[in-house]
Design a protein around this ligand. Structure first.
Ligand code: FAD
Length: 303
């Protein structure tokens, strides 16, 4: 389905559609994979997931912000969400994209914004994960993370198994809470593995290393049942206790598998995106797995 994938990627990049859909509310079945537009709606979804035995990490949708006023606006939404989580006593952490709060504008400005977020999260005893974006922002992202790690203990990040550097970073962050993923962006052969099989193998290796080489906490973020089962086998063989790892999946994907893992006694955390900038995220999920188009078909035939 490479053609369909390209169509969805193109649609995700269309500025007119991105702007138009911001005013529309969740359409085309996007409510199946996006938690809500408002903080209040999303809190209700978080409560529902918590009641099913799952923790949550929220993500304020939108990235690659280029205006200071927009970055400040996005930071304020994140602060509102953190406060609402604290007030409602729900089990949720924050996932932050630094490009949303000024990384592409000015390093110090981004540090100011993330520091405000970290302080608010610390007050509510909340963990903050810095998402890893494209390789072009890798160095600056790591610089911010290392700065924050010197000052806060409630901070972690993401390592992408397709990057050649990932193994070194697993050792560097072996005692930290780290989310491991395959990697979502299109990167050059000079910096990243290109073949799915190689990326999968590297992913399995990173999981095993992070689970065993330090005192960190490993978030295994994947919908790949083969890798999940292989990880469980490894975890059992090595007597790794449940409080050292969790499985993470995106909201709305593989719900049966999420439920099954909870029933088997494993910690499951759901990454729940929210906000009016949902369109590009939704199109990228369709590009990743065009079979998800049935979400649209179902929503259209229901209306
Ligand atoms: P894939 O390689 O997409 O799929 C492997 C196999 O799993 C498929 O062949 C199929 O058999 C099965 N499968 C997968 N999805 C489904 C489905 N919906 N239904 C049925 N079977 C399915 N990437 C980043 O670059 N930076 C980040 O910060 C980041 N954060 C993430 C956070 C979370 C919680 C998750 C889950 C992913 C995140 N990603 C991030 C995305 C990640 O890098 C991958 O692009 C994405 O998860 C797709 O890879 P996969 O491991 O899920 O499985």
């Amino acid at each position: 389905m490479p053609l369909l994938r390209d169509v969805f990627i193109k649609l995700s990049e269309n500025q007119v559609l991105n702007d138009a859909t911001k005013k529309m509310g969740l359409k085309f079945g996007a409510n199946k994979v996006v938690g809500g537009i408002s903080v209040d709606d999303t809190i209700e979804r978080i409560k529902d997931l918590n009641s099913q035995g799952m923790s949550v990490s929220f993500d304020n949708l939108g990235e690659f912000v280029t205006r200071r006023s927009d970055a400040i606006h996005e930071k304020d939404i994140i602060l509102n969400m953190i406060n609402a989580i604290g007030e409602n006593g729900v089990d949720a952490s924050a996932s932050i994209k630094l490009s949303q709060i000024g990384l592409n504008i000015d390093y110090d400005f981004c540090i100011e914004n993330i520091t405000e977020i970290m302080d608010a999260a610390k007050k509510h005893n909340m963990f903050v994960n810095i998402d890893m974006e494209n390789y072009a922002s890798y160095e600056d992202t790591v610089r911010v993370i290392d700065h924050l790690m010197e000052r806060y203990d409630n901070i972690g990040t993401v390592l992408q198994s397709y990057l050649f550097d990932a193994k070194n970073d697993v050792y560097k962050y072996k005692d930290r809470r780290i989310r491991l993923v395959k990697g979502a962006y299109k990167e050059a052969p000079a910096v990243a593995l290109q073949e799915k099989e190689d990326i999968d193998k590297a992913f399995e290796l990173l999981i095993r290393l992070h689970l065993t080489k330090g005192d960190g906490f490993t978030s295994i973020a994947t919908h790949d049942h083969n890798i999940i089962e292989k990880s469980i086998e490894f975890i059992k063989e090595n007597d790794i206790p449940n409080d050292r790892f969790e499985f993470q999946m995106l909201f709305g994907f593989r719900k049966e598998l999420q439920k099954e893992l909870v029933e088997r006694g494993y910690n499951v955390c759901i990454y729940i995106p929210f906000g009016n900038d949902w369109y590009a995220y939704f199109m990228r999920r369709l590009a990743e797995r065009p079979q998800n188009i049935n979400l649209i078909v179902k929503s259209v035939t229901k209306d």
